[in-house]
Design a protein around this ligand. Structure first.
Ligand SMILES: Cc1cc2nc3c(=O)[nH]c(=O)nc-3n(C[C@H](O)[C@H](O)[C@H](O)COP(=O)(O)OP(=O)(O)OC[C@H]3O[C@@H](n4cnc5c(N)ncnc54)[C@H](O)[C@@H]3O)c2cc1C
Length: 449
């Protein structure tokens, strides 16, 4: 039994900020109390502020009156964490957002025999409004598809304050333009998502995972093809990471991997209806591919604590790469045959200017994450990697953003993946829906030069 659930994502968190003066400047970054803070996004992305109003006391009164006194925060130190993006690259100056935390929703629907159709490392903090607005992909897209499919309807507030009600929970509704899609993945530039209707799949009765060591990327790819045909409909995730990626989470978690060191690792998960049947299928797969030499060593488990133990190694890679170091996180789409090519190319190009370059991701979707790790932020490294990496992605018919979106960082690289005619239509839509450009200004759309 699948189900459709309606979630209101309004007003769980509203944060406002007045102009914040930061203590002292230190190189490219700032020091605030004992923490090193990223640059302000206006400086990092050289944004010249447009003629927007600034937050006044009257605005704060308005929100306190509307939402309640304790739902509005304006104290500088309370606001600070919300103004820093997850990779700690920049601060925004005003956030006004809402939402239910993904993990809370998942726990809730599990009590009703369902699961959320998406799962990602950020589940403990990210909100469903943010997930919808960024069209977050995650670990089980392979099985449950992306949010353009799972979100059946939504409600959003337009720039002029009008509410767009597309909150239908129907699976089929061909009444003209599919307007919900405008808000999914548009990163808040066309409206603020306030309610969503989500198709939630049934909680699988049986979950099994396998964690395997592999010798080279070619074999990872062969293993994926074999898993697709051997495991078929029960395959819910196929994740890969290289040795450099996993060693970050091993160090961060301070725990031992369940298998010895290998150049590559594959994590396979199945969602099915029969434990014994699924485990048998996975065991047969393991035996066959060990005989073929594709898998060098591996472990299979259906025990929840052991599965969680293994998943943490995959999910903690970004946290490990930011553990006392600086991480440049690249999120690109590539045809599977080119999936890993850019990692060795970048390693050679960057040499000892960086601590490491690692590759991992959702291979079934062609979504490659490439992390470049340095002691601290380096403009020289940025200039070597960008736009080089995006040019190489374009040469291979990939996309400069697989699932993390465009934000402030990539508008100038959008043309590598989108034709000018499509970018112009995006501009026209933005002009129609937000003529004053007040919704997430500077994001997504490239400036006209
Ligand atoms: C450890 C980690 C692992 C991750 N793994 C994955 C992964 O596997 N797959 C993946 O796709 N992503 C991944 N991400 C990124 C993730 O998709 C985003 O962090 C998340 O989906 C965004 O939700 P948020 O609530 O954090 O939004 P925020 O970061 O707060 O906002 C993201 C954008 O959406 C806008 N926005 C937020 N709420 C709304 C709203 N209600 N209406 C309109 N606009 C809004 C914001 O203005 C901003 O532009 C990961 C992040 C972390 C930290």
């Amino acid at each position: 039994m699948d189900a459709v659930l309606l979630f209101s994502v309004l007003n769980n968190k509203i944060t406002m900020i007045k102009s914040v003066k930061i203590a002292s400047k230190f190189g490219q970054q700032y020091r605030y109390a004992s923490q090193v803070l990223p640059q302000l996004s206006s400086e990092k992305y050289k944004i010249i502020r447009k003629k927007f109003a600034t937050v006044q006391e009257t605005d704060l009164h308005y929100f306190k009156h509307t939402l309640g006194e304790n739902r509005v925060i304006s104290d500088e130190s309370d606001i600070l964490p919300y103004n820093i993006d997850w990779v700690k690259h920049c601060r925004g100056a005003l956030i006004c957002e809402a939402g239910c935390v993904l993990e809370t929703l998942d726990n809730f629907v599990r009590e009703h025999g369902l699961i959320m159709p998406l799962d990602l490392g950020a589940k403990g903090t990210c909100q469903i409004g943010g997930n919808v607005s960024t069209n977050a992909g995650g670990l089980r897209l392979l099985r449950y598809g992306n949010l353009h499919g799972s979100i059946l309807g939504l409600e959003a507030v337009r720039a002029d304050g009008t509410i767009v009600d597309c909150l239908k929970a129907l699976k089929k509704d061909n009444t003209g333009y599919h307007l919900k899609h405008l808000f999914i993945g548009s990163e808040g530039t066309l409206g603020v998502v306030t309610k969503v209707a989500i198709h939630c799949p049934a909680l699988p009765k049986a979950v099994t995972i396998g964690f395997f060591g592999v010798n080279n990327f070619e074999n990872v790819l062969k293993l994926y093809k074999s898993a697709k045909s051997s495991l078929g409909e029960i395959l819910s995730a196929f994740e890969m990471c290289d040795q450099e990626a996993i060693e970050s989470s091993v160090k961060y978690l301070n725990q031992r991997l369940p298998i010895p060191e290998f150049p590559f690792y594959v994590l396979i998960e199945t969602h099915g209806s029969n434990d014994a049947h699924d485990e048998e299928k996975l065991n047969n797969f393991l035996k066959k591919e060990m005989d073929n030499g594709l898998i060098l060593d591996g472990t299979i488990t259906s025990e929840p604590t052991k599965m969680q133990y293994i998943w943490r190694f995959r999910e903690s890679i970004p946290a490990g790469d930011m553990n006392g170091t600086f991480m440049y996180a690249f999120d690109v789409s590539l045809p599977q045959s080119h999936y890993y090519e850019l990692v060795p190319i970048l390693r050679e190009k960057l040499g000892d200017k960086v601590l490491k370059v690692s590759g991992f991701g959702h291979i079934g979707d062609g979504n490659a994450h490439i992390n470049v790790v340095t002691e601290e932020y380096s403009q020289e490294v940025t200039d070597i990697v960008e736009p080089f990496l995006f040019e190489e992605v374009a040469k291979r018919q990939g996309s400069v953003s697989a699932e993390h979106g465009i934000g402030l960082k990539k508008p100038q690289y959008m043309h590598f993946s989108k034709d000018e005619s499509a970018i112009q239509l995006m501009r026209d839509l933005k002009q129609l829906m937000d003529p004053n450009g007040i919704l997430n200004p500077y994001k997504v759309l490239p400036e006209i030069k």
